[in-house]
Ligand binder design. Structure first.
Ligand code: GLN
Length: 206
């Protein structure tokens, strides 16, 4: 199994480091031909407008859409924005996930924060997942085919709002699992790639 990380801009190195640590074959992706050998792709956090513009320049938009037809993609933060079909402003998007995003929903860089989330889809679901939000987006709307994986806790700002979602083999998180030691979200993505996810047979790859 080989998992690529889109390396146009942002914190791709952190995802690569975690995958190395998990002994998963990985590589940086900047060109369409580099998608061929992959079983799944992670789009990192960073700045979604920049990622979208560079993806346009490198002729990556259509190849990424093709890739998504039968292989999992996970977007973290800016990557989640890029996967979405709406960010309420003009910027290049993949239009793959039926979610609408509110960018910078918690304010500026200085308003970054960490919070414990309960994420039932992960292993040891009762164990909170420490989530880092850095100029983070909210998933403002989810379409009918989108499953909510995590919401902000009741005692937090923007309580109850969606911060992780899944549509078949597409995943979006507002936060950055690559910046913590907890590898459960990466393992969850790998389980989608392996097609072992048995709570929903439609997640299996052809
Ligand atoms: N604020 C960035 C954007 O809107 C996302 C921030 C991040 O990826 N940490 O693209």
């Amino acid at each position: 199994m080989k998992i690529g990380v889109l390396a146009l801009q942002g914190d791709f190195a952190e995802h690569i480091a975690i995958l190395h640590h998990m002994e998963v074959d990985t590589g940086e992706v900047r060109l369409p031909s580099q998608l061929d050998e992959l079983d799944g792709l992670i789009i990192p956090g960073g700045e979604s407008t920049t990622i979208g513009k560079l993806a346009t320049t490198f002729d990556m938009i259509e190849p990424l859409r093709q890739f998504s037809h039968n292989r999992p993609i996970w977007g973290t933060c800016a990557g989640a924005i890029f996967l979405s079909c709406g960010a309420k402003r003009q910027q290049p998007l993949l239009n793959l996930m039926d979610i609408t995003i509110e960018r910078n929903a918690f304010g500026r860089q200085v308003n970054s924060f960490e919070i414990d989330l309960i994420i039932p889809a992960l292993e040891d679901p009762e164990l909170p997942f420490r989530a880092l939000f850095i100029r983070a987006p909210l998933i403002e709307r989810v379409g009918e085919d989108v499953e909510v994986l995590a919401r902000l806790p009741e005692d937090s700002q923007r309580a109850g709002r969606v911060v992780a979602a899944q549509q078949g083999h597409l995943l979006a998180t507002s936060f950055h699992p690559e910046l913590t030691d907890d590898k459960r979200f990466h393992r969850y993505f790998l389980s989608l790639v392996k097609g072992l996810e048995d709570h929903d047979p439609s997640l299996r790859l052809a």
